[in-house]
Design a binder for this molecule. Sequence first.
Ligand code: PMV
Length: 308
Amino acid sequence: MLTVSAPGKLMLMGEHAVVYGHPCIVTAVSERLQVMMEKTTDGKITIDAPQVHDTRFLKQAIFEGNTAWNITQRGLLVKTQCNFSNCYGFGSSSAVTVATLFALTQLRNKKVTKKEVFDVAYKTVLKIQGVGSGFDVAAATFGKTLLYTKGGGILEELPWNLNDNGVSLVIGYSGVKADTPTIVKEIAKKREEQTERVDKLFSAIAKLVSQAKEAGNKGDWESVGKFMNFNQEYLRDLGVSTEKLESMIAAAKKAGAYGAKLSGAGRGDCIIALVSKDRRENVQNAIVQSGGTIVATQTNAEGVRVDP
Ligand code: PMV
């Protein structure tokens, strides 16, 4: 059986604004979702994916891939395996979509670029979810840490390594699962009602993202932390933070993090804190004391690939 895996993702900066054409910074995480695939002769698609609670993405991905790449032999057995809980908001839907499509190209000998896989995967996700910038699809496809704009207009790999290379990222789970599509739709409604105010927030967030990119590329993590803190203030203004997230963020900052913010749609999921090596333990303890759970993961992971 062919085995393909794609990584989960973590939004570093620029969430929500990215839905409206502004750039964000996203990193791929070491948690991966595996898709095992083999050809069958019965013409049917058999799916055995007990850990994927929503198989619509997988089924739609096969349909879209068969259509995009003119695949006429349809018989498949597909299995999945996942080493991350979909509770953390690490993006199991986009990872399963990308891994399925990439597996299909490998199994059917289709010579396509990763950008083509991304395009079909983003289309698939939009068909099911209706909304989204595709940043999660980009992380699953290309991996690493990326500056990204909606639809893959900008896809720039950043030379960031936050894996204990003097600086690292601490991730704290709030215990609450975020409902991303609902929050994204809510923000769209808010923007309709208060266009000027919301667009001003998005432009301000976009500026922080580009400042953070410049600072991070120079290894100036103290400044990146500051920009993360400002980003969090705008997210709070937007109305997507919660008391729980705020108290975890405050604890991380008090324990010496360069900066901390929520990650993703908000209202739950995770916070991220940027820390120097010597503060890592203090910050982790502070997040736990404020009611969070530390999620041990590496960032900057490899994109979709064939596993041995
Ligand atoms: O909740 P997450 O981690 O899937 O992140 C959502 C990020 C948004 O910008 C709010 C939506 C999007 O598709 O970019």
